[in-house]
Design a protein around this ligand. Structure first.
Ligand code: ZN
Length: 167
């Protein structure tokens, strides 16, 4: 980064993730087990909230994407702790001059219930990104029975992360 003005101010990054249902339980979201009876199919721990936020954070800082930094064919990715990867992404963001200040994530699922775990997920994400609880939003919606999500074949998340240039 040679031009200092290029890292002034604030930025926003966007992330998306989806996984097929059917792997070993539990389903993790933000490090929190939201289902003890179902799982998702993934090389890592399949934490799709952590994955979407990691990609959003990397997007805000123009650091590439999660697959580039943590390839799923890397033996180290086997059952990887995705919240650890998110904290690593936050460290990379800081090193490139950005600090996360707000996150908004939406889980899109039909039968998997997020609401009972919302506060715990918010707390975990706030701790991982070192931002106050008031700046961590976790929402959930369905597709009204439509598509692969509506058929409970899979679940998805979208996330937006805002960052500010470090002083
Ligand atoms: Zn994922």
């Amino acid at each position: 980064m040679t031009d200092e003005s290029s890292i002034a101010g604030s930025r926003v990054g966007w992330g998306f993730d989806a996984h097929r249902l059917g792997g070993d339980p539990p389903i993790l979201m933000g490090g929190v087990a939201v289902s003890e009876s179902e799982g998702v199919i993934a090389t890592s721990d399949g934490d799709l909230v952590a994955h979407a936020i990691t990609d959003a954070l990397m997007g805000a800082c123009v650091l590439g994407d999660i697959g580039e930094h943590f390839p799923s064919d890397d033996p180290n990715s086997e059952n990887a702790d995705s919240m650890f990867l998110l904290r690593q992404a936050a460290t990379m963001a800081l090193a490139s001059g950005w600090v996360p200040v707000h996150v908004d994530v939406t889980v899109i699922a039909e039968s998997i219930r997020v609401a009972p775990h919302r506060e715990e997920i918010r707390a975990q994400l706030g701790a991982a990104l070192d931002i106050p609880l008031e700046a961590v939003s976790v929402k959930a919606t369905t597709t009204d029975g439509l598509g692969f999500i509506g058929d409970d074949q899979g679940i998805a998340t979208v996330a937006v992360v805002s960052v500010q240039a470090t002083p």
